[in-house]
Structures are given as structure tokens and as C-alpha cells.
Design a binder for this molecule. Structure first.
Ligand code: NAP
Length: 461
């Protein structure tokens, strides 16, 4: 894939970049190693000062970088600005909390004594340069939720961003540099995916995190396995959104629209499968479909656009194939389902009902504004449909019955259960999935400790 900015609203190529050559990659790996030697010794206070400065800059520049993101991958510009603001918040959160999250732990004195020690400490030490392979869909957020904890822990970052967001990738390197992080602490490598393996195999690189598709995750995980290097994977999702009879159906239907089409429907944690109890199915289906039909589709740089184009022609074509396959196999189209005749990679908000397991969309991730509706006879069937997916990222359930909440929390196979609301990440809460959605966690204390050497310090009596 060429490294280029191609505006998805009209298909125009705006800027292309040459991939880094071997010599330049070598120079950057050496810079990362050198930076780590110093950065690992700096205080939490100093790291926090720099990260807070980066947050200030990002807030000041959210209009400009928001437009860049929109031009590179098509998200509505309002959402792009909100993403920048959310990144600043996450930076501040880690600046404030990293020290307490990584404070030394002291196991029980009785256990220390039992081991023959006078004192035992558990210390969280940094690992070194960490490679981050990131996707285009939240081009700032995906990177910042890795970079903020990594830098606060004393690691240094090497970013291989998606090839279609090079300007955002370069902005991030520049942002951390202008905030005062020394040369080499955070570097962007403009490389294609084929160059990732060599970088990860380099002995100076200690670990990797990848957010993206299952094939990319599998590839990075197998190289990491071969090199015995830690990896964290945040992969796809096909989150269920379950609606039970006691729910506020109007609020559930309005939230469902946002949960499905945010970021033009290209979010791993978007609700994708809507599983509705038969008693409220018709009411929910009608309200939800009306909401999807009413969305304003248009140029993502316009302030009032709610749904812009998909990020690439390939992405639009893949989604269209998924819908066509469902329709050929008997799905009912409640709205959308026809590619509009206009330049750019647009696909309309679409609702499909009468889904069966033979349809590809039943198991594959629909990465765009396409929702599937399922009718569940009772709680057991709702749980069974929700779990009938290779993915397990997050889940949403709408009910006012405590016993149903307990059942969903016990039985849903997912890294999150959001009750009477939609999934949204927050720096303080762990984020990640099970099954084919990956492993490991980002954000919160769990995220910052993923790339730490958890060290037992044992003092003899
Ligand atoms: P993708 O093709 O996997 O790309 C993601 C990143 O991986 C890009 O930087 C890409 O580089 C790189 N890459 C691709 N193939 C690779 C390989 N074989 N080895 C090493 N690196 C490789 O994913 P996408 O289609 O852009 O993104 C959408 C997917 O990401 C969806 O499945 C979505 O659900 C998932 N996602 C998950 C989360 C989460 O937190 N769980 C968040 C956002 C997105 P190039 O661009 O150069 O190919």
C-alpha cells in the first residue's frame, strides 16, 4: 500500500511519501535505544511535565489536526476535534496517575518472612523501545492510548502507523518533540507493513502492540512469539447490543444509532449486532431504522455532517460485498443497502434483518455503517446469539432487571459489558477483548503495566 494521503471524500491523492530506507530505519532504532538509556532514569514528575505540555499543544491545535485527520480518513470533523480533546485528557490522566499506578508494591510481611527475606518489593521497570503498529480509524487516539502510558512508564515508542494517515503520524512525532521529549523518545517510522517484521526482530525492540485486523495481529504475534517478545493485540469486534423488554426503547434506539455510525461505522467497539427481545423487536426496529435513515451524509469537513465516506475504496467495496452476500442469502433491507452514485467512498447507513448463520455478515465484522438485527425469544437466546461470534471485544445490554444484568455480566464473552449505555473508552478503565478480538489490555493501570518488567526485589534477613 503506498504511504499517502488520499481524500476519501473524492478519491484525490493529496500527498505521497517514500518509505524509509534501511539506513534511516537503523538510525532511528539506534536513536530509540540511546533515548531509552536516559528516559528510563527520569522522574515521573519530569515525564508528566512533558506529557502535560503535549496535551496543551494538542488542545491548542485540535482544529488543525482535526482537519488533517478528516482529510486523511474521512471522519466527520467534529468527531476529529473531539478525538484530539480526548487524547489530551488521556495524556493528563496518565501524567497524574502513572506514579501511583507504578508505585512499588510490598507483599505481606508474613510472606516476606516465609521466604526468608527481611523485605520484599515488587517494582515496575520499563522494558525499552516498544513498537506500536496502529490503524487509521482513530489515528490520534489509538497512538496516544499507547504512547501516554508507555512514555510515563519510561519506555520509548516507535510508531508504524497505517499507510493512509502519514500526516497524522508525522504530526504525532512532532508533537512529542515540541513538548520537550528528547530526540528518540517517540519516533514515527514511515514504513509499509512488509517492513514491520524486521523492526520487531531487531534486538533493540523489546515488545510490540498492534491495533488492527486479525491477519495483521496474527502476523505480529507470530513474529513476537518467534522472538519471545511480549505483544498486545487489539483486533476486530462485532459487539452485540442487546435490548430487553424493560429497557427504555426510545433511548436505546437513539443510542444504537450513534453506537453504530460513530466514526462512519468504522470503530472496533461500535455496536454491530442488535439483538432484540421479540416483545419489543418491532418497536425498536422501527425507531432504530428511522434514526439511521435520518442521518446527514456528506462532506466530512462540513460541521453538520453525521456520516462521511469510508476510509478507502477497498473498505467500501468489502462492506458492499458483505451486504450483497446477506441480501442474496435472504436478509431483509430495512434501509440503505445501495451504494450512492457520487464521488468518494460513501456507503449509506443500512439496517438488515432476518440474518442467518449462513450469511458472512453473521460472523464477519461489518466495518462501516451497517447494522444487523436479530430477534431473540428470551434471555437465553439473547445470550446465545450475542456469544455466537468469533469476536469478544465489548458488549451493550439494555434492561432494568437486575437479574438480567447479573446474567449478562456473568455470561457475555467480551472484555466489557456496558449496561444502558454504549461502549466508550476512558483512560481509567481497562480496554481490550477476548477470543479473536485479541489479548492484553490498554488504558488504566492494566495498560501501563503491560510493557513493564515486573521485578521482585528480595532483601535477605
Ligand atoms: P490493518 O489492515 O490490520 O492495519 C492496521 C495496521 O497494521 C496498519 O498500520 C497496517 O499497515 C498494519 N499491518 C497490516 N498488515 C500487517 C502485517 N501483515 N504485518 C504487520 N503490520 C501490518 O487494519 P485496518 O483494516 O486498517 O483497521 C481496521 C481493523 O482494526 C478492524 O478490524 C478494527 O476492528 C480493528 N481495530 C481494532 C481496535 C481495537 O482497539 N480492538 C481499534 C481500532 C481498529 P498498512 O496500513 O501499511 O497496511
Amino acid at each position: 500500500m503506498p504511504i499517502a494521503t488520499v481524500n476519501p471524500a473524492n478519491g484525490e491523492t493529496l500527498k505521497t511519501y517514500d518509505a524509509l530506507g534501511a539506513e534511516e530505519i537503523e538510525r532511528r532504532l539506534a536513536a530509540a535505544e540511546a533515548a531509552f538509556r536516559t528516559h528510563r532514569t527520569t522522574s515521573f514528575a519530569e515525564r508528566a511535565r512533558l506529557l502535560n505540555k503535549a496535551a496543551d499543544l494538542l488542545e491548542e491545535e485540535q482544529d488543525d489536526i482535526g482537519r488533517v485527520m478528516t482529510t486523511e480518513m474521512g471522519k466527520p470533523v467534529k468527531q476529529a476535534r473531539a478525538e484530539a480533546a480526548k487524547c489530551a485528557k488521556a495524556m493528563r490522566w496518565y501524567a497524574e496517575h502513572a506514579q501511583e499506578l507504578l508505585a512499588d508494591e510490598e507483599p505481606a510481611t508474613s510472606d516476606a518472612k516465609d521466604s526468608g527475606a527481611s523485605r520484599v518489593l515488587v517494582r515496575y521497570r520499563p522494558l525499552g523501545p516498544v513498537l506500536a503498529v496502529m490503524p487509521w480509524n482513530f489515528p490520534l487516539w489509538q497512538v496516544v492510548r499507547f504512547a501516554a502510558p508507555a512514555l510515563m512508564a519510561g519506555n520509548v515508542g516507535l510508531l508504524k502507523h497505517a499507510s493512509n494517515v502519514p500526516q497524522t503520524a508525522l504530526y504525532l512525532e512532532d508533537l512529542f518533540r515540541r513538548a520537550g521529549f528528547p530526540e528518540g523518545c517517540f519516533q514515527t517510522l514511515l514504513i509499509g507493513s512488509g517492513a514491520v517484521e524486521d523492526v520487531l526482530r531487531d534486538p533493540r525492540v523489546k515488545a510490540a502492540t498492534l491495533t488492527g485486523s486479525e491477519p495483521a495481529g496474527r502476523s505480529v504475534a507470530s513474529v513476537g512469539g518467534d522472538e519471545v517478545k511480549k505483544t498486545v493485540l487489539e483486533l476486530g469486534g462485532s459487539d452485540p447490543f442487546v435490548v430487553m423488554p424493560s429497557a427504555d426503547i426510545d433511548r436505546a434506539a437513539r443510542t444504537a444509532v450513534t453506537a453504530r455510525v460513530q466514526n462512519n461505522g468504522q470503530s472496533c467497539i461500535a455496536a454491530k449486532r442488535f439483538i432484540v427481545h421479540t416483545d419489543v423487536f418491532d418497536d425498536f426496529a422501527q425507531r432504530f431504522t428511522e434514526g439511521m435513515k435520518a442521518l446527514k451524509i456528506g462532506d466530512p469537513l462540513e460541521e453538520d455532517t453525521e456520516v462521511g465516506p469510508l476510509s478507502s475504496k477497498q473498505g467500501r467495496d468489502d462492506l458492499e460485498e458483505l451486504v450483497d452476500d446477506a441480501v442474496e442469502n435472504g436478509a431483509t433491507v430495512l434501509c440503505g443497502g445501495e451504494r450512492p452514485d457520487r464521488p468518494g467512498w460513501y456507503y449509506p447507513p443500512t439496517v438488515l434483518a432476518d440474518i442467518t448463520p449462513e450469511m458472512r455478515i453473521h460472523h464477519d465484522e461489518a466495518f462501516g455503517p451497517v447494522a444487523t438485527l436479530y430477534r431473540a425469544a428470551d434471555l437465553d437466546e439473547a445470550v446465545a446469539i450475542a456469544n455466537d461470534s468469533p469476536f469478544g471485544l465489548s458488549s451493550n445490554v439494555w434492561t432494568r432487571e437486575e437479574a438480567e444484568v447479573d446474567r449478562f455480566v456473568r455470561d457475555l464473552e467480551a472484555g466489557g459489558v456496558y449496561i444502558n449505555g454504549m461502549t466508550a473508552s476512558h483512560p481509567a478503565f481497562p480496554f481490550g477483548g477476548v477470543k479473536r478480538s485479541g489479548y492484553g489490555r490498554e488504558l488504566s493501570g492494566h495498560g501501563i503495566r503491560e510493557f513493564c518488567n515486573i521485578t521482585t526485589v528480595w532483601h535477605g534477613a
